[in-house]
Write a protein of this length. Sequence first.
Length: 251
Amino acid sequence: MEDTSLETRLKELDYTKSTLFCKAFGEEGSDKGNVNLSTSWHNYSVVYHLLFDAARNPKGTKSVAEDKEKQKDQQNEEENLVIFEMGIGSVNPSVPSNMKHQKRYRPGASLRAWKTLFPSASVIGADIDKTCLYQSEDISTYYCDQCDEKSIAELWNENKLKDVQINIFVDDGLHTFEANRTLFLASFHKIAKGGTYVIEDINIIDKLKWISQVQEWEKDERFKEFSFLVFDVPSKHNGWDNRLLIVQRSK
């Protein structure tokens, strides 16, 4: 029988081949990937294309009635899609895991890229740096300290977020095991059925911590609906922190 597991499909990807996701993230200045993957510190955009492209509105024009109906269903699915990302991209050098090193960077790069890829979706961001928070017609952002369970609880208690279930949840905030673990444990109840939670930039030192943590969670009754995968995204020049924890909730 053919192995169709997520890990196998990820290993079979061509990480030198640019995708539409690479283009969107690169054009906005996000470090998740760009069209020239050989110069991109991270290449998560290739992974995200595999994980999320099917949720986008269908491309091209179809003439068959069944295909039109499918297009309508997919469009409705995207309109109900909620994307959340922790970490807007502070350029304040005093804020840990900031983006000051990246020239001409504007906070909110990944949020704008998500909106480009999913124009009908609700896109939400959060950050500890209040100076990079902003509101627009398309994107809303909130303050949150992901190291503080109380702060996370207050975020989810916001009027507009109380009843929201998140389809795509990305933790690109503070890149420490403790901060990532705290955010996940205080937020996994917000993941929608069939949703995906991704922790980015796991460094080689924390990799073993995450493998051990995943083994514990897989035995935990609270997570019986969830699958976990620590995945080293292949890269010729970044062996330090080009890892993801991918958590998927069953439908």
